[in-house]
Write a protein that binds this ligand. Sequence first.
Ligand code: GLN
Length: 292
Amino acid sequence: MNLTIGEVLQKTTAYFAAKGIESARLDAELLLAHVLGLDRVGLYTDYHRPLTSQEVAAYREVVARRGRREPVAYITGHKEFYGLDFTVTPAVLIPRPETELLVETVLEYLRDFSATGEEDPPQVIEIGVGSGAISVALAVSSPSIRIYASEISQDALAVARENIKKHGLEERITLVPGSFFSGLPESLLGRVKVVVSNPPYLTGREVAEGQPEVKHEPRQALYGGPDGLAAYRQIISEASNWLRSGGLLALEIGSAQAKDVVSLIGETEAFSAPEIRTDYAGLDRIVLAFLR
Ligand code: GLN
């Protein structure tokens, strides 16, 4: 007789832990739920049910992939972000929980703006949309905004398009192929309320020394040039052309980059003094600046 769900989870958890995977039990559960087409609660309802031989074979295959440190989200093809389900593939960075804070911060700003009773739908630019997580979360939570989201990777654009469709936002999020601000409609110049981005910000060394999972993610979404700041230079130098007065530039940053990003913003003399926000771990994670 085959092992039960409970027994298989126990064995797999030990195997993952031996491979140095921190969230061993959680990952074993997520992958088994995926293979069985259940949610995690369902595993506990059926805890003493023996697996069929087919189920064992299918599970063994995904466990081997995870054992090679492939991220769970690429194996299941899904990641939850801001309470929403996103399709993810190795063409896109897997949305991180700390990026929810960037969404939260932008929403807070948009709420303040809507309290001023302005009638035009607020326009937002996202640079480097990836899976679409940030733009979709913003559009779902702030029903009047219009977003223009750029992305240089064709494969990432296909994933973003799927997520925008899944959440019914085709009318409100326009994908713009191209790097940074190139390709955005000129009618937006000087008009947008928010420019938001979680750009690539790791150095080559950080990519190389990161968790093995990171090596499965697109380098283009992670590597920010030799000092990790290349994307910020580009975004900061151009953002002031697109924002209206009082508009917000909201950037996710690496925890050691606050000082450098603040001084890049200061050099433009276009923004008032930037604010730094920390994440749940108490690390610097967001820089905000308002166009004068
Ligand atoms: N937060 C990601 C990481 O540490 C990096 C994301 C990025 O470069 N924007 O893996």
